[in-house]
Design a protein around this ligand. Structure first.
Ligand code: PHE
Length: 384
């Protein structure tokens, strides 16, 4: 009787343990342990270069770690999903990788409007998410102002990015007036526009044109006419390259002479250099940075892919390293333990040395780049 109940207790415990473990995001493949990590990035659509660079940066990081034995003895396997820089696609991609693939770690999305809804799912499911490039504050901070404990990013945030652009306009371009164009439905664009405006006005400048458009607009002539009439010193266009290409070409055609200024969203091989030549934008990194770690990275990336890494590839590579260092320090692939470890670590990654502030935002510098016909020119680095 006693042996029998002991036996059923053992069976019960074993069943519970098995149920609690699966799907696990890890597992045996050909006898080797693997750790699955999801990559959510826009691989098609308007900003496909963002996704390609992001994926390539992460895969190179995983390749390097796997060559050294992986993480905690497990080989790292990427589960790559096209989340299209859009809330809806990102949500279904997140549900897929969590529910079907059983991942416990997500690197992504690129775009703030796609990353923010994914954070809700990740937090609900106990999954750790690190966005390489989403700069809107609400990625890591909840509506009530608390920090989302399992959500991190590898980039600085837009209050800083907007301030850097405003200071550059005021102090280096000697601008007194600015026009700002924004897509109000895009968290990143709206946020960056507002942070720029606040800093520009706080520094004594005046925003003389503030005009909104929607994500599917492609004819900006009506709002650009207002810019032309106001003749501001700078025209701030804080959208992604696909939209900025259209705005800049149309602005030039109308004879607008304001200096063009923008944010990290301009960083793409598909930026229209002719339309934007002479313009400036804030960014996370410059491939011209002479630091050894940057120059080694440029050489390695070029050897692998034949192109110079942009900021997206660089931050994606950094995000992968930050996450893997967190897993290694935690000693187990458990999201809560890894989040604790990530809060403690100091990082010496390609985009700069950094550590996390209270809101899981890395404290690190920004750069200003100038667009030229041939590429981009490094202008200056601005510390937080
Ligand atoms: N910061 C942008 C966002 O939050 C994404 C981005 C980063 C795009 C870097 C290009 C380069 O949506």
């Amino acid at each position: 009787m006693r042996t029998k109940s002991l036996l059923s207790l053992v069976v019960l415990i074993a069943t519970l343990v098995l149920a609690a473990c699966g799907p696990s995001g890890g597992g045996e493949v050909g006898g080797d342990q693997v750790l699955k990590i999801a990559v959510l990035a826009p691989l098609s659509g308007d900003v496909a270069t963002f996704g390609e660079s992001t994926r390539d940066g992460i895969l190179l990081a995983f390749k390097e770690w796997n060559a050294k034995g992986g993480v905690l003895g497990m080989q790292i396997e990427a589960i790559v999903e096209d989340s299209q820089c859009a809330a809806e696609s990102a949500v279904s991609a997140a549900n897929k990788v969590i529910n079907q693939d059983g991942v416990k770690f997500i690197i992504g999305e690129v775009c703030s409007s796609a990353s923010i809804p994914v954070t809700e799912i990740a937090m609900n499911k106990g999954v750790l998410q690190i966005s390489p490039t989403s700069t809107n504050p609400m990625v890591t901070v909840a509506e009530d102002g608390s920090t989302k404990d399992l959500i991190f990013r590898a980039c600085f945030i837009d209050p800083f990015q907007g301030k850097v652009a405003a200071a550059f306009a005021l102090n280096e371009l000697n601008a007194k007036t600015a026009a700002v164009l924004l897509d109000q439905g895009n968290d990143y664009v709206r946020g960056l526009a507002e942070f720029f405006r606040d800093a520009f006005e706080a520094g004594g400048g005046e925003v003389v044109v503030w005009e909104t458009y929607t994500g599917d607009d492609s004819d900006f002539s009506a709002i650009l006419t207002k810019v032309k009439d106001a003749a501001p010193d700078v025209l701030y266009m804080p959208d992604y390259y696909s939209t900025v290409n259209l705005q800049a070409a149309q602005a030039r055609e109308m004879g607008i002479t304001a200096a063009f200024l923008g944010g990290d969203g301009w960083d793409s091989a598909d930026l229209d250099r002719e339309a934007l030549a002479g313009g400036y934008h804030t960014n996370h990194y410059s491939s011209d940075d002479p630091r050894d770690v940057v120059q080694e990275w440029v050489v390695n990336y070029q050897a692998e892919y034949g192109t110079i890494p942009d900021a997206l590839a660089t931050l994606a590579y950094d995000a992968a390293y930050m996450l893997l260092q967190g897993i290694e320090k935690a000693g187990k692939a458990d999201p809560a333990a890894v989040a604790d470890a990530m809060e403690q670590l100091e990082y010496d990654v390609v985009s700069g040395q950094s550590y996390y502030d209270e809101q899981h935002n890395p404290v690190k510098p920004a750069v200003i780049l100038q667009v030229t016909l041939e590429g981009t020119k490094f202008i200056t680095t601005i510390a937080p």
